[in-house]
Design a protein around this ligand. Sequence first.
Ligand code: PLP
Length: 504
Amino acid sequence: MISDPEAPLGRPRGRSDPRPTIWYPAAGPPTRNNRGLSCVCCRAGRRDACIPFDLPQIPGGQVLQTGVLIMRRNIVHIGADELHYEIRNIVEVAREVALLSGQTIAWENIGDPVAKGEPIPAWIKDIVAQASQENSAYQYSPTRGLLETREFLAARTNALGGTEITPDDIIFFNGLGDAVNKVYSLLRREARIIGPSPAYPTHSSAEAAHAGSAHITYKLDPHNGWLPDLDELRNKVKYNENIAGILIINPDNPTGAVFPRDVISEMVAIARDYDLFILADEIYINMVFGPAREQHASLAEVIGETPAISLKGISKEIPWPGARCGWAEFYNQHGHPIFQKYCQSLLSAKMLEVCSTTLPQLVIPRIMAHPDYAEWQSERNAFYRRRSEQIKEIFARCDGVTVNIPDGAFYLSVVFDKAARPDASLEIKNSAIRQYIHDLLPHGSPADKRFVYQLLGAHGICVVPLSSFVTKLAGFRSTLLERDDDRFLWIYNTIADAINRFLS
Ligand SMILES: Cc1ncc(COP(=O)(O)O)c(C=O)c1O
């Protein structure tokens, strides 16, 4: 409760100020800005004018610091500190490096095939262009999404011969990132989803933010083809009553692993044994190109009666990331009333937004049922297969790293097996960049962050430190996306040489 509602909040008060002490509700302490400059006078640059607030203690025991910027209530969500996305954070650093060097950056940090120069076939562009001439492309769509498109997608899933869905078991979202966010934010606070580590930050951050505490993970083992440690998963599920669901990302980002059918079946069995649901991110499900292709399966094929959500989209597959279009398929909601109510809440939340983008939904069946689509997909997969074989050859000469050649998606996670010396570094010739990167790496920065930032500073190659994917493993994630053969070889040969220097 604030005893003087007229008092301008955030202003420091003099000792003789007659106004009564302001007390805060126990809900939480006031905030201060992240530069440590907090009260009004400090922010105005008059630090000496700062006078301690007359606030001895917040009920609940926290003593206020002087000069804390006050608001009536702490408006920061309990999970705000859990939102991390180094994949895009590093872009700012790379831009600065580009500015200082005048060099073009090799963007190996982000999974956008189109930004990396993948050409979109003329027949896909024609379909989109024609659809853009139809008035219906400009209207709202139904909240769940266009019926014909949901019918088309439900039929595709049903053709797998596993679980059966109807068009009403599908909801469209504005990109799968939107779906991921809603899935976690509508879970009851104490209901936790255990996910793979290394973790894809869109999931791990959203899950941690929803719960207000660190994401719970099961390990993917780099020394076993990045497959999950199923005993660890079963044990964690067994001993943590809060775990309500298991996240599977298959094919996986950031590792490029494809889980074989028996592994997914075992994960489903764990979910079944403990009455959990499965959340499967299958955005890369049709992008499997390595030897694991022979044994891989979609969740729909193995889910049986267990409740589940499969998340799919067009960002990577068509590829059309700028369309912001993805969807959720709900499996077995009707046999499970709590799960059904939760799925219904996702629909209600979408209703508040009216619907998702219409044009991409309109063209999905036209593109996916086009006679050239299958051929287009196999050409793309052949390209990634070739890239992963090139990677295998290049990294064969690296010492002290584990490199699993991707079987699917288009990511590669390289693990440093050998600890880097504390003073390990890569030489950056440009002094301004050297200083800039040095300032970004305070003493004690993780070895892989040092490697990644120095690689960027020295060669203009932008990858992402593995330690930013909720793992204790050191290394980095990069992509197979570079289209130009010579540039691809230059990028990975340069990285391989840099690893050998850094870990020597
Ligand atoms: C595993 C995974 N899920 C979801 C997304 C988000 O996809 P969208 O572009 O549809 O938001 C990505 C994007 O990189 C991803 O890799």
